[in-house]
Design a protein around this ligand. Structure first.
Ligand code: RIB
Ligand code: CA
Length: 303
């Protein structure tokens, strides 16, 4: 089994990714970051995930705000609690005392993947403190960016837009990176059919996740008039544990920091009429969505 450290901003799809990761990989730790909601809430949600799993995976709180810009959240998608207001189970779990970035710097071995599911503030902070860190990890599998359109702006995807300086630092770091951008994650959709399938699963995990995904479909309907939603973050987990489900292409990817309309855009060199710039990222272009969806649903059948 692959060994992962998850850096995340739970967030509905982060929660699904955390549950999936515990089913298909060895999760050494969870580090939280400000993103979908503030970091105290993402930390509460990560702790809740470990309670749901009855897991002893440690949770470490990370960065409360981006490297240089003001915090950006997406409560309009995930709800103010980050999980669609679903009923919570009581527990007494607390994050470890160690800072999340310290854990990222100290814990990994060369076998460990960093699976980054939120803004890249923690990962960039680790790189800024010790650039050689990228040579002490297996690689970074991140959900972020896009080879096509954005979501929070016409050109920028939320995780990159929320901390573009951090994303630029990571993409320029020399780390071994695989990128699951919106071009990829929008191939893995949940619909009302998915909800019906989950309602037929008699497990605590499915019973927790179903109303959370229903909320996401409701928000998508309110925001863009359609009841389907991309399962973004699970893609970055499966890109590590089930790479055969993906088609990757090495591309040059850099982050726009100054554009009035394009700040936070991942500029991916896909030219076919010129020699492309030196590639630095394995960009996921296709996923076997049916198999991926089955793996996600299967991970909710029992802890
Ligand atoms: O743009 C999608 C990403 O932003 C996902 O990681 C989602 O959880 C939000 O963080
Ligand atoms: Ca996320």
């Amino acid at each position: 089994m692959e060994s992962l450290i998850i850096d995340c901003d739970p967030g509905v799809d982060d929660m699904v990714a955390i549950l999936l990761a515990h089913h298909v990989a060895n999760v050494k730790g969870i580090v939280t970051v400000s993103g979908n909601v503030p970091v105290d809430t993402t930390t509460k949600n990560a702790l809740l995930a470990t309670e749901l799993l009855q897991s002893d995976t440690p949770v470490y709180q990370g960065s409360a705000q981006p490297l240089e810009s003001e915090p950006v959240h997406s409560a309009h998608v995930h709800g103010s609690d980050g999980l669609g207001g679903v009923p919570r189970i009581e527990h007494r779990r607390r994050p470890k005392a160690k800072d999340g970035v310290d854990f990222l710097l100290e814990e990994p071995t060369p076998d460990d993947w960093i699976v980054a599911l939120g803004p890249l503030t923690n990962v960039a902070s680790a790189i800024r403190r010790d650039p050689s860190w990228v040579n002490r990890i297996r690689g970074i599998s991140l959900m972020g960016g896009s080879t096509t359109v954005g979501n929070i702006t016409p050109t920028a995807e939320f995780n990159v837009y929320a901390d573009p300086e951090a994303a630029a630092c990571v993409f320029e770091s020399g780390a071994s990176i695989q990128m699951c951008g919106l071009n990829l994650t929008h191939q893995l959709l949940i619909t009302d059919e998915t909800i019906k399938e989950l309602q037929g699963i008699d497990s605590d995990l499915a019973q927790f996740v179903t109303p959370m995904l229903n909320f996401l479909l409701y928000r998508m309907e309110a925001l863009v008039g359609r009841r389907y939603a991309a399962m973004h973050d699970p893609c970055a987990v499966l890109a590590v544990t089930h790479p055969a489900l993906f088609n990757f292409e090495k591309q040059s990817v850099h982050v726009e920091l100054c554009g009035t309309l394009t700040r936070g855009m991942t500029v991916c060199d896909q030219r076919t009429t010129r020699r492309r710039e030196q590639p630095n990222v394995q960009v996921a272009l296709e996923i076997d969505a049916e198999t991926a969806r089955s793996l996600v649903i299967g991970s909710l059948k029992s802890p």
